[in-house]
Ligand binder design. Structure first.
Ligand code: HPA
Length: 242
């Protein structure tokens, strides 16, 4: 059985359904991951679990050591990763409470360590990233949602912003013109690093709010947290079916 890893996002740091067996500290050539990797059982399936922002949610998106996280999961045997990510919704189908499995990415982040291939190389390496997510795992996630009777949007472009601030209205308008459907702060370089290690990686996006300017007024953390909480049951059912 291929080892499955789950990376938890904002509001998704400690899945209550996970029976914890062990926690492993992994030291990588790229530094420390966001915390120890949990080995556990989720719906009869052995999984590895790592909350991207740390167990106490203390790491902002631009400070997450994405290289160490992906390296550590790979080192413990992960070959498939489901990356759960809170996002803002830009286009009509992506309202708060929606679950989506994007199929494209645009990277607006900067200054993050975004490759394993930079020092002590025998030769320069360029990975193919035409399809940034693993299509097999994407389809399995969608089938799982269908089995569980949970609606999930198939496809969409995830725009990865630097954070930790939310975007301005004009930035979201620009992202929409670029073709983004969703906006989040952690999708990159995570997806590219997973591809560099030939991991099958897909994103399970949970829409926490309308992106800036897409609804009246300001975006509040209270709203984001409440919407994420509201999605937990559906998310659990999808993972159970998977
Ligand atoms: N923008 C960026 N990241 C996010 C948002 C948003 O509106 N909501 C949740 N994560």
């Amino acid at each position: 059985m291929t080892q499955l890893a789950i990376i938890g996002g904002t509001g998704l740091a400690s899945p209550e359904l996970l029976q914890v067996h062990a926690q492993e500290n992994v030291h990588t050539p790229f530094g420390e991951p966001s915390g120890p990797i949990t080995r556990g059982r989720l719906f009869e399936q052995e999984v590895l679990f790592l909350p991207r922002h740390g167990y106490s949610h203390h790491l902002p998106p631009h400070r997450v050591n994405y290289r160490a996280n992906i390296w550590a999961l790979h080192a413990l045997g992960a070959r498939e990763i489901i990356a759960i990510a809170a996002v803002g919704g830009i286009t009509e189908a992506m309202g708060p409470g929606v679950l989506a499995v994007p199929n494209q990415i645009i990277d607006y982040t900067w200054g993050r360590s975004s490759t394993f291939f930079e020092d002590d190389l025998d030769h320069v390496t360029h990975i193919d990233f035409t399809e940034p997510y693993c299509e097999t795992l994407r389809q399995r996630l969608l089938q799982a949602a269908a089995c569980a009777g949970v609606e999930m949007v198939d496809g969409g472009t995830y725009g990865a912003t630097q954070g930790p601030r939310l975007e301005s209205r004009a930035e979201i308008q620009r992202m929409q013109r670029d073709g983004c459907d969703l906006v989040g702060m952690t999708g990159m370089p995570e997806a590219a690093l997973a591809r560099e290690l030939a991991l099958c990686y897909t994103c399970c996006a949970v829409v926490a709010n309308w992106a800036a300017g897409k609804a009246e007024g300001e975006i509040s953390m209270t709203e984001i947290e409440a919407n994420l909480k509201g999605c937990m049951v559906d998310l659990g059912r999808v993972l159970g079916a998977l």
